[in-house]
Design a protein around this ligand. Sequence first.
Ligand code: PMP
Length: 451
Amino acid sequence: MSPEEITILQEWDRRHFWHPFTQMACWGDDDPWIIERAEGNYLYDIHGRKALDAIASLWCNVHGHRHPRLDAALVGQLAKVAHSTALGASHPEAIRLARALVEQTPRGLEHVFFSEDGAEAVEIAIKMAAQYWQNLGRAQKRLFVSVDDAYHGDTVGASSLGGFPLFQGVYGHLHFPVRRLPSPWALQQQFEGDAQRARVVWLEKLAELLEQEGEQIAALVLEGGVQGAAGILPYPPGILRGAAELCRDFAVLLVVDEVATGFGRTGSLFYCEQEGVCPDLLALGKGISGGYLPLAATLSTDAIFAAFLAPFGEAKQFYYGHTYTANPLACAVALANLEVFAEEKVLPRVSQRILQLHKGLERFGALPVAGLPRQFGLMAAIPLRDPHSGRSYPYGDRREYRVCRRARERGVYLRPLGDAIVLVPPLSVTADEIDTILRVLEESMIEEGQA
Ligand code: PMP
């Protein structure tokens, strides 16, 4: 690309492209990073500079960019039809993908409702849960339960469940009422790391709430084993399983949001498998299309689906659907994404990388510029600390951002999350690349600590 073209693109980017979750007043402070192409685990910007995609393009890339199987599936579908509606019509890829998802998610989930993004998959679960009880004649069950610091997406419904005080402060007046339990991670910290005690106390609090208000509660919504956007805060093991049992006892639906943890991120295809849980509703997104196209899905049990079956005149159908619901291109590539898991024996490799990451993170514990790292599967967060005070830098200092900037100059693309730097590489990351990410991050943190 010529220098003139680059200058124009940068100028238009600053002037016209309003970026998500971005303070646009700072966007022009330095050279905006404009990615032109990608190959495998690497991104290339308009200057031709290469960087390892250590955040999997916001946690969604699975088998690397430009994977030949996924590219071929997309091009093959393009030769047939790019889009046709799912309202009043169907198409082979969505049908096959629905079947494949039912086969590969926990046994008991039988029906797939497609959408475009993670927030929407959760939004659909909320509406399904609410209407389920209404269709059964129990319309008083309309309250939702979530946890402090939860993140389920930023549409009004999904963000009602969200527990970030910052977002609640800005948009809270738009939200529906939600009962909130403590973050299981926060409880564990309160009990000095005692996971067992945190699990027992958290489940007691849930039981107490369900006893008091179960008759009014439609569903409990939980992220799949880790609070991702809150900064990779793992739940004590057994939370999901215990919650599933309590929900069943109190006739409350369990919605599990595996938007971040689904599709191999935790070493199994879905985290629910590790706790032997089949939720009533399961929200999927991000990795579902291998990180290629916007696609998401909400899976339900037969019992939920059955509550929506009635003579037409009773108006019990699910009133939801978008223009691009179950887009054929996205479905075709999602099918190929699932096939690659088996063809390339991805999960055993991911398990090795998870162990390697665990070992590699140990050294950060001893660094004056780092707090204790947190890991869940192939996701990690390393808190940045001011080496002089041992604390986080004040909000607004943007030190975490500057660490990421330094890492990018060294060829690794990272992003901050609160006071931590997160690592969420594609599942295709190699052992050498994990070492590179950790080395570059360590160097960048130390350098920023000396600045
Ligand atoms: N749920 C969880 C657990 C997430 O981590 C996210 C996004 N980080 C979402 C929902 C929202 O997904 P999307 O950004 O695709 O709307």
